[in-house]
Design a binder for this molecule. Structure first.
Ligand SMILES: Cc1cc2nc3c(=O)[nH]c(=O)nc-3n(C[C@H](O)[C@H](O)[C@H](O)COP(=O)(O)OP(=O)(O)OC[C@H]3O[C@@H](n4cnc5c(N)ncnc54)[C@H](O)[C@@H]3O)c2cc1C
Length: 464
């Protein structure tokens, strides 16, 4: 074993063609920054890969020198696990290629791509797969945790559309995982996060979507939230799978489509996207749009690819974020009262709550068929404290998220692993899966990463 390298002496890695960025490099601070500006970690080395061979070389180098490994896809995770202190970041951000086979309804996506890359290429053919609702989110981390989005009730989670993945495992070997090749690994990749290796390429199933869809938000005043939520509960219970909705509680963001007099006003917003014929969507959405008097109704015909980036500027890179999250069951009246009481008591005008409506195709895949847990939950919720550098809302809105989360205690039904923050109790990873899925994940971990080389994540330990 050679001595552990310092930043000054890492000038090359055998077989590596990408860029090596260490602390003395002019790009170091930009390269180590992730989406959440509250994360400030200083890796010894960032290995920006340009292909699978680089990933293999970087994994072998890290193992040889006993370096902590962080894997960076889009760098978007709120917990900041894409970057570590002192170790090596295997950075896939230069690997953003997307290839589409329109006839086969398939796409191959490299491990550092963002959802905007995928939507751009697939929508050129009127195709899409379920992806995140913010276009600068990474494909890799999102997919490996499960993948919720506007299309999931019709077309399933992102993992339900994953056909195969190329993975560099802890021993520096490249494997293909699919239903036919390493099926245990393929099962674990569909929800188990970045615990099993570095995914260099994903193969997805695509569906006909748009390219023009009926989509957009409706806004009501915050004081109407409890009443609108009760209506929303009954409305989504009977809604067709084509209708994806996400409720957002917070202030109206200062987007150009929102009239200035509404900017920063506390509102309950229901975002909608209808993944089916527009006329059907208009009929389905009629009663929601007519309920009470919305402050603003922006539902209309819109390009799906544009809609996918409509929220991007409300959650910019470099702002500070603190999240608490949980799954919730159908909204009982007492749960609605708790939500209405806490949702608007944060201090920062940028803090918000997002509540994704699940069910539909998500709940029709049997529990345990993939590693994504809690498929019967109704809603995935994040309570998101947001403050810009220099603003003083951090402590207050961190406390707000924690108190709100505690108030939801009796209603909680698991959690989505990708919404977990960095300071969670380790038991919450198990909560994301449930006992039987977690045990099976630990077995697969023992097979593919017995030394827990990939542990800078929401970790599943080998064994039990
Ligand atoms: C503003 C915002 C909006 C979001 N919206 C959604 C949404 O609509 N739907 C949804 O499902 N989630 C959403 N998320 C959560 C999102 O799924 C996670 O943040 C996810 O981790 C992002 O993926 P990434 O590649 O950017 O992660 P990164 O931060 O790059 O990585 C996080 C972890 O993922 C693993 N990982 C990343 N890349 C690889 C790889 N190539 N191979 C192996 N492991 C890898 C590693 O364990 C890494 O530590 C959102 C997050 C944010 C911040």
């Amino acid at each position: 074993m050679t001595a552990t390298p310092t930043s000054a002496d890492v000038v090359e890695i055998d077989g590596f063609r990408g860029r090596l960025i260490s602390a003395d490099h002019a790009d170091y601070d930009v390269a180590r920054a992730v989406w959440n500006g509250a994360i400030d970690r200083r890796p010894r080395l960032i290995a920006r890969c340009i292909g699978t061979a680089d990933v293999i070389a970087a994994v072998r180098f890290a193992r040889e020198h006993d370096l902590e490994i962080a894997i960076r896809g889009g760098g978007h995770n709120v917990a900041g696990t894409a970057v570590c202190d002192d170790g090596i970041v295997i950075d896939l951000s230069a690997m953003r290629g997307v290839r589409v086979d329109p006839a086969a309804h398939k796409a191959w996506v490299q491990g550092g791509a963002l959802w905007g890359d995928v939507d751009h290429e697939t929508q050129a053919h009127g195709l899409a797969t379920t992806g995140g609702i913010v276009s600068h989110t990474g494909v890799a981390g999102l997919t490996l945790g499960g993948g919720v989005g506007w299309l999931m009730r019709k077309h399933g989670l992102t993992v339900d559309n994953l056909l195969a993945a190329d993975v560099v495992t802890a021993d520096g070997k490249r494997l293909r995982a699919s239903e036919d090749e390493h099926p245990d690994l393929f099962w674990a990749l569909r929800g188990g996060g970045g615990n099993f290796g570095v995914v260099t390429s994903f193969e997805f199933r695509l569906h006909s979507v748009g390219p023009t869809v009926l989509a957009g938000p409706i806004l009501w005043d915050a004081s109407d939230a409890a009443e609108v939520l009760r209506f929303y509960r009954d409305f989504v219970r009977d809604a067709p799978d084509e209708l994806g909705t996400v409720v957002r509680f917070g202030t109206a963001p200062p987007l150009p489509v929102i009239p200035e007099d509404l900017h920063w006003r506390p509102v309950m917003l229901v975002g909608t996207c209808y993944a089916g014929p527009i006329e059907d969507g208009e009929r389905v959405l009629r009663s929601l749009r007519a309920f009470r008097t919305p402050l603003l109704d922006l539902i209309g015909r819109t390009p799906y690819v544009g809609f996918q980036s409509a929220l991007d500027s409300t959650v910019l890179h470099g702002w500070n974020y603190y999240w608490k999250s949980t799954h919730l069951p159908e909204l009982r009246d007492d749960l609605i009262d708790v939500i209405a009481e806490h949702a608007f008591s944060c201090s920062s005008p940028r803090s918000y709550v997002a509540m994704f409506h699940l069910k539909g195709a998500v709940s029709r895949v049997s529990e345990g068929a993939t590693a994504f847990g809690n498929r019967q939950a109704s809603h995935a919720v994040t309570l998101d404290g947001v403050w810009r550098p220099g603003e003083e809302f951090g402590d207050g809105d961190t406390a707000w998220a924690r108190e709100f989360f505690a108030a939801l205690g009796q209603f909680r039904e698991g959690v989505y692993v990708n919404f977990l923050a960095g300071d969670e109790d380790p038991g919450r990873v198990r909560e994301a899966y449930g006992d039987s899925v977690y045990k099976r994940l630990a077995d697969v971990k023992t097979t593919y990463d017995p030394d827990n080389v990939f542990h800078h994540n929401q970790n599943i330990r080998p064994g039990r």
